[in-house]
Write a protein that binds this ligand. Structure first.
Ligand SMILES: *[C@@H]1O[C@H](CO)[C@@H](O)[C@H](O)[C@H]1NC(C)=O
Ligand SMILES: *[C@@H]1O[C@H](CO)[C@@H](O)[C@H](O)[C@H]1NC(C)=O
Ligand SMILES: *[C@@H]1O[C@H](CO)[C@@H](O)[C@H](O)[C@H]1NC(C)=O
Ligand SMILES: *[C@@H]1O[C@H](CO)[C@@H](O)[C@H](O)[C@H]1NC(C)=O
Length: 936
């Protein structure tokens, strides 16, 4: 009898259907057992009730109707993982500091970790006798390093929105209807995505691969592990695939497994189908109504079967297209709902209560922190909330996104998950999302859980992943620092007990990085986010003139021309250095004597913070866009003379557009950047073609264009792009050569003359090393032709490291954007990934070849994060870059590379820690130009 499904069902005994205890059940069950034993038996002879030939089959199906998913009860007795790969050696990780995920993320165990047969065999103090049983044990002494469970990315399009992006690699969204619960992301899962290896190197071991958000119901999602498998198939990557996938009989012997499904509300489905929110919700309701009717027919059918009303019962009501949505109504599917705004969250909460189905998580969910009580009103278990840390404002739905959302949600008892939406964010750096959430106030236990145990629990896999616990899958990360420290990088990643990085490169980070980072207090800012309904004022609180004295300063960096130097610490002065500022100008830095300080000076204790040059952002459209996806908030794209016609009224093909004419001030991304110490933006006209125009340098903190210091430099450099235009690459290069050799017309010809005379830098956006090589060649030709050097900068430059020596010799500068390269496109695919995959980072490789390097960004929201990009770049360079050199990457080097000649520049004061780490909070900008000290 124990092979019968009835006894394996998950339903607690009190809920067992009376049929299970009925005499008829006993008869049928016995018959079924005999049937399994292949005894040739005649059904009709064996009973008095008229049963159809497949009665046992029907009753079996009906008994499972409401079986709830989960692991079989004996799951934890397993001695080997179903994913164990033959030949994997047992591994002992010695002397680890293990964050287990247990006790709400509060448990740390110092000891050893034994991995064997794809599972964790033992944690902590492991008996010698246990170890003696192995003769082939691989022992890795990690010398106290932090070890955590593998990262679980609950929102990824890895393998379906593949990189490099090719026409043949986008299987994310079907556009064949608004409600498509029958589609499966697995059917598009590309086994050759470049990102698997990269994401694994960042510690991601499991991802939920979701269909896109173009549809209200985009289809079923699948949980994968990211390692290569012996079979090399998509299916072999799956973690606990639902039995229905291959119609396996196993389903009848065990509890069902969790399924996952994507839903999306709001802008995306409405936009794709030129509908409205009303249309989308109706499409949901219609789909759910169809599923409900099928479910009700099934329930009625089974009620009759159980009551032995077999007459005219007919076929079991089923529909392959709707079975997954019926399963949602049976509570057997984890519904992942892309949903941002209160309006849309409200609609979905209503939907869940109208049709009685639970939502596993709201994703993106930028307004959930404003409406926690609404989220709690959803049907069933309160949905978790899956967020980005600081990626926001790219559309209306994200405009009120807050960096404080994770902590506010956690304060309200909601479960918080940090996710990548890979390739929207590179999931390799998902741990950085958790780090930022922690920086802005999410407690450390919850921040680490947000990328490990919480998502594992939300997707119904917490019986095997997301924790370090005996019997769990051997998915673990050995870190080079505490995982919440900036720049934390895996030294090794194990999936199913298999070490994933063949020759990892890492250095041990210094002691302060081995601790949970101490982060600033943002209580007031979090309160304001709520008080102002997601749009707190971002303007500085106060401008101070006269004397300001910063005390207790632990480091001071100042610029000397185009270099940055740390001011040497010669003597202590009451617990740190002092910096005296008068009308926005530093009059003394380091050892200042009281006599220099006016008695009515404002005194500001930096509590061990720092003073350093303000940063400059370049590469995004910051200053020309406010809400990326809202044309009315943006300057728009310039016309491209290479592929289109530029209107004669602006000068035709010889015209050059100036970014300064389109700049707008006081946008939220700009003000957030200013508050994060990024006080200057340099932006070129937005173009998706060859010719962009003239960039401008502006103050991110200015209220309007006429304010003092708003425009730092009207014209900075001339910008073109080779690679993004629809014209052939060779055509774009021909155009560039022709223009450089003096064949343009109008203003464009004049600007190119300035370039060839060395007066105006030419900035070429380019990713491919082959294109860079061609341009290096043109530069030589042009310089020979004119007899003088030209200033040339490559930006983007993902493949620049391949030509580091040649670029250095040609005297060309490079602005890497993004600063962490990603093989998103074919022409940027040959990246230098940096530790732990390669010893050198791209920045270090270029720097070592005497290339002047800057770092840029791609999207405006990330300007505020520049200080962490800089700190991280320094850490990735393994000591090849000093802090001062790192600061130069996003300040003086950018000025050199983009033709900005500032006489004086802003300084930034941070409290509690320095600008480049998670300890510091920017509290002030010292502005010589405006002759004030700005306080936030
Ligand atoms: C673990 O590593 C730390 C740091 O290297 C070391 O101080 C300690 O002695 C080691 N403990 C054991 C048991 O090996
Ligand atoms: C079907 O899938 C289950 C679950 O992954 C697996 O155990 C079983 O072997 C598969 N059956 C076939 C015929 O592939
Ligand atoms: C300097 O800051 C540190 C860190 O906050 C603090 O412990 C110390 O008391 C401060 N020293 C003075 C003299 O204020
Ligand atoms: C970089 O410049 C330094 C100093 O000018 C020089 O010694 C070194 O050889 C150069 N390195 C390369 C790779 O060109």
């Amino acid at each position: 009898m124990d092979k019968l499904p009835f006894h394996r069902g998950n339903a607690p005994p009190k809920r067992a259907h009376p049929f299970l205890r009925s005499p008829l059940f006993a008869v049928v069950a016995t018959l079924f057992t005999l049937g399994l034993l292949n005894v040739n038996f005649k059904w009709h002879d064996a009973r008095s009730v008229e049963l159809p030939i497949n009665a046992a089959e029907i009753l079996r199906k009906c008994s499972l109707l409401d079986a709830q998913p989960g692991p079989p009860p004996d799951f934890h007795l397993r001695t080997q993982s179903d994913r164990f790969q033959e030949g994997t050696p047992p591994t002992l990780i010695r002397n680890a500091t293990i964050w287990t995920g247990r006790v709400s993320g509060h448990e740390t165990v110092v000891g050893d970790l034994l991995l064997d047969k794809g599972i964790i065999k033992a944690v902590g103090n492991i008996a010698q006798s246990t170890l003696d049983a192995y003769d082939d044990l691989v022992v890795v002494d990690v010398k106290g390093a932090w070890v955590s469970p593998g990262i679980v990315d609950m929102h990824s399009h890895l393998g379906v929105d593949s990189v490099p992006a090719l026409k043949g690699s986008d299987d994310t969204n079907s556009l064949k209807g608004l409600v498509l619960p029958w589609l499966r992301s697995l059917d598009g899962l590309n086994t050759h995505d470049e990102a698997y290896r990269l994401s694994v190197s960042g510690g991601v071991t499991t991802s939920v691969v979701l269909p896109g958000s173009a549809d209200a119901i985009g289809g079923q999602a699948f949980v994968i592990k990211l390692r290569p498998t012996a079979e090399r198939s998509s299916s072999s990557m799956l973690l606990e695939p639902p039995f229905s996938l291959n119609n396996s009989d196993t389903e009848h012997l065990s509890r069902p497994r969790w399924r996952q499904m994507k839903h999306a509300c709001g802008e995306n489905p409405s936009r794709v189908y030129s509908g409205t929110r009303m249309d989308t919700i109706w499409a949901f309701r219609q789909g759910y109504d169809t599923a409900r009717k099928i479910k009700e027919r099934q329930d009625k059918y089974c009620a009759k079967a159980r009551a032995s009303q077999w007459d005219n019962l007919g076929e079991y009501p089923e529909d392959l297209q709707w079975e997954a949505l019926v399963d949602v109504l049976r509570g057997r599917v984890k519904v992942h709902n892309h949903c941002y705004e209160a309006t849309d969250l409200d609609g979905i909460v209503r939907l869940s209560n109208e049709f009685n189905f639970p939502i596993a998580a709201f994703h993106h969910a930028h307004e959930t922190y404003l409406v926690p009580d609404l989220i709690k009103r959803a049907y069933g278990l309160t949905p978790a909330v899956a967020l980005f840390a600081t990626n926001a404002r790219y559309k209306r739905e994200a405009y009120r996104g807050s960096e404080f959302a994770p902590r506010i949600l956690a304060d309200n008892g909601l479960r918080v998950v940090m996710k990548s939406d890979h390739p929207v964010l590179n999931s390799r750096h998902l741990i950085y999302e958790a780090q930022q959430a922690h920086y802005y106030g999410l407690p450390d236990n919850l921040a680490l859980a947000a990328v490990t145990s919480t998502p594992a629990t939300v997707i119904g896999q917490d019986h095997r992943i997301g924790f370090i616990k005996e019997g769990y899958d051997a998915d673990v990360i050995v870190w080079d620092s505490h995982p919440l420290a900036l720049g934390a990088t895996p030294k090794q990643v194990y999936i199913d007990g298999i070490a994933q990085i063949a020759s990892p490169f890492s250095v041990d980070k210094p002691a302060p990085f081995q601790e949970i980072p101490e982060t600033p207090n943002f209580d007031n800012e979090a309160k304001d986010a709520l008080k102002y309904d997601g749009l707190p004022p971002l303007e500085p609180a106060e401008d101070v003139t006269g004397f300001v004295v910063f005390t207790n300063v632990s480091s001071i960096y100042l610029r000397r021309g185009h270099t940055i130097r740390e001011v040497p610490f010669t003597a202590t002065h009451g617990g740190g250095k002092t910096v005296v500022v008068e009308n926005g100008n530093v009059v003394c830095a380091g050892d200042c004597v009281e006599a220099m300080i006016s008695p009515d000076a404002r005194r500001i204790d930096l509590e061990g913070g720092s003073i350093s040059p303000a940063l400059i952002t370049f590469g995004s459209s910051l200053g020309l866009t406010e809400i990326q996806q809202e044309a009315s908030t943006n300057d728009g794209d310039v016309a491209d003379p290479l592929t289109g016609k530029v209107p004669a009224i602006v000068g035709g093909d010889g015209s050059v557009i100036r970014a300064a004419d389109g700049i707008h001030f006081a946008g939220r991304d700009a003000l957030l950047a200013y508050r994060a110490g990024v006080t200057t933006g340099i932006v070129a006209p937005v173009s998706d073609g060859f010719l962009s125009g003239l960039s401008t340098a502006f103050s991110t903190g200015a209220a309007h264009k006429l304010a003092k210091g708003a425009v730092v430099q009207e014209v900075a450099a001339l910008h073109v792009a080779v690679g993004s235009s629809s014209a052939s690459i060779s055509t774009q290069i021909a155009a560039l050569r022709r223009l450089l050799l003096g064949n343009g017309e109008g203003d464009l010809a004049q600007r190119f003359r300035d370039v060839t005379q060395g007066k105006l830098p030419l900035v070429v956006q380019v990713h491919s090393a082959d294109v860079m090589a061609s341009i290096i060649h043109i530069k030589q030709q042009v310089e020979e032709h004119y007899g003088n050097a030209i200033k040339l900068t490559f930006t983007g430059a993902s493949e620049a490291h391949l030509l580091a020596k040649e670029i250095g010799e040609a005297g060309i500068g490079v602005i890497l954007s993004p600063s962490h390269p990603f093989p998103g496109t074919w022409e940027s695919r040959r990246i230098l990934p940096g530790p732990p995959l390669t010893q050198q980072s791209a920045i270090a490789a270029l720097h070592a070849n005497n290339v002047t390097v800057g770092i840029g960004i791609v999207e405006a929201w990330s300007a505020r994060n520049l200080r962490f990009d800089v700190g991280w770049a320094a850490l990735d360079a393994n000591g090849q870059l000093s802090k001062a050199e790192a600061l130069a990457l996003a300040s003086v080097n950018l000025e050199l590379l983009l033709g900005v000649n500032s006489e004086s520049s802003d300084l930034v004061a941070t409290k509690g820690g320095d600008l480049l780490g998670f300890g510091g909070k920017v509290i002030s900008v010292i502005s010589p130009e405006r002759a004030v000290v700005v306080l936030f």
